[in-house]
Design a protein around this ligand. Structure first.
Ligand code: HAM
Length: 419
């Protein structure tokens, strides 16, 4: 029987992992520039955290969670998103008592039982960031800027930031009521999803990919905003303009999670197909209280690293070159292998990338391998070399070679490196 990776999951093979490492290093550098510190929460949590945090009317909680009962009879869920676990950790460890403002980021796998397609997986990896404690519109702009500038730093272009406001518990109910009145007569002509969403969360009907065109004359949240929400949304837009981040207002952007208040946003790429959202997020001023904390505002985003890589590939972004192997130690015979082991150990201690023959291939095959590894120098130890107490160093760029006494080898190399 042959095993395969489970549907909707994929392996990152050695040839791809340097691309991942590069993207992760850019993310970490960007997050640090803004003063975000990394947080790592467990891969699974109590199921109730997501039911309450993500929201029991969402597709995620209703249809997509990987939930199981553990041997202690607890209901456990692999995390489908990062925000509720981060808030849980902050509350559990009293981070907000130590300091009223917490800025964290994470790079972590998430699990959702969705229909797999390009850019949509059952296990995906998110770079997310959260600012908890600040009600300021500048906090919204800071997380948007972190996402947008990280994508730009990676060389991605054709980015589109869509922005909306979802109001707050004070002004949203009036809008919701108006929207329900507008949608109700349309229901018989709307798809199954719309009808389902209408019952769970009518705002989400606007987000339907099938019927979206039918809602052009839908009532707009903008007309129902309270003064505070209106001012907040204006300030977000003004601040984005000041730092030259272009955006479009999209009144149909409602996002798939229940906790959002006020700002909602998404960044899409022109270089992706149907699943074009590189990242999305928004403000969640009620979530901390919902999860048992004092009323505390929050704002953040999540973004899919698999989609970053796909967009970079589609756009033809060049990744930095992989590090070269400094030395390949080619050996023939047992004595040479032992000497090679000694030399390799010394060179690695000095910081060089150094590989050694492990397959007992012919010298010709070993040189081919050295070439494949884009090696800078080959240290050749054959039977002849062992007899004479020397090694041959081949310069693979200059195509020259020299013979060096074995006992002087490491000093000679270090001397050459210093020059
Ligand atoms: P989300 O929009 O559900 O938000 O996911 C964030 C991003 O994760 C998406 O924009 C997409 O790039 C990526 N993503 C989501 N599902 C998949 C999938 N099945 N396959 C590949 N990539 C995927 C959240 O998760 C919120 N926690 C974001 C947030 C943080 N809001 C406030 N703070």
């Amino acid at each position: 029987m042959k095993f395969k990776a489970v549907k909707g999951t994929s392996d990152v093979l050695p040839a791809e992992s340097s691309g991942w490492q590069y993207v992760e290093s850019v993310i970490r550098r960007q997050a640090e520039k803004f003063g975000f510190r990394e947080i790592r929460t467990p891969i699974f949590e109590e199921t109730a955290l997501f039911v309450k945090g993500t929201g029991d009317t969402t597709d995620i909680v209703q249809k997509e969670m990987y939930t199981f009962t553990d041997k202690g009879n607890r209901s456990i869920t692999l995390k489908p998103e990062g925000t509720p676990p981060v808030i849980r950790a902050m509350l559990e460890h009293n981070l907000l008592k130590e300091n009223p403002l917490a800025k964290v980021y994470y790079i972590a796998p998430m699990f959702r039982y969705e229909r797999p397609q390009a850019g949509r997986m059952r296990q995906h990896t998110q770079f997310g960031a959260e600012i908890v404690g600040s009600p300021s519109p500048q906090a919204d702009v800071e997380v948007i800027s972190l996402l947008f500038h990280t994508l730009q730093e990676l060389g991605l272009s054709g980015l589109k930031l869509r922005l909306n406001t979802l109001g707050c518990p004070k002004c949203r109910p009036q809008y919701r009521e108006k929207l329900v009145g507008y949608l109700k007569p349309k229901l018989p002509n709307l798809c199954e999803y719309c009808n389902d969403r209408f019952l769970r969360n009518p705002l989400r009907v606007l987000d339907c990919k099938v019927d979206q065109d039918k809602f052009d004359d839908a009532p707009e949240m903008g007309q129902f905003l309270c003064t505070e929400c209106r001012d907040h949304f204006q300030a977000v837009q003004d601040n984005l303009s000041v730092i030259s981040i272009p955006f479009v207002l999209d009144k149909k952007l409602v996002r798939g999670l229940d906790y959002y208040t006020r700002t909602a946003f998404e960044v899409a790429s022109r270089h992706l197909g149907a699943q074009d959202a590189l990242g999305g997020g928004g403000r969640y001023d009620g979530l901390v209280e919902e999860l048992g904390g004092d009323p505390t505002p929050g704002v953040g985003f999540g973004s899919g690293i698999e989609r970053y890589l796909l967009a970079m590939k589609n756009q033809g972004v060049k990744f930095p070159e992989e590090k070269r192997t400094d030395y390949f130690i080619a050996t023939l015979g047992n004595e040479a292998k032992i000497k090679g082991m000694e030399i390799g150990t010394q060179l690695r201690l000095k910081g060089y990338i150094c590989e050694q023959e492990l397959l007992d291939r012919s010298l010709k095959a070993q040189m081919r391998e050295a070439n494949r590894l884009n090696t800078r120098f080959v240290i050749l130890i054959g039977e002849d070399e062992i007899k004479k107490g020397v090694v041959t160093i081949k310069d693979m760029d200059g195509h020259s070679q020299r013979v060096v006494p074995l006992n002087e080898l490491v000093e000679k190399i270090l001397g050459a490196a210093k020059q």
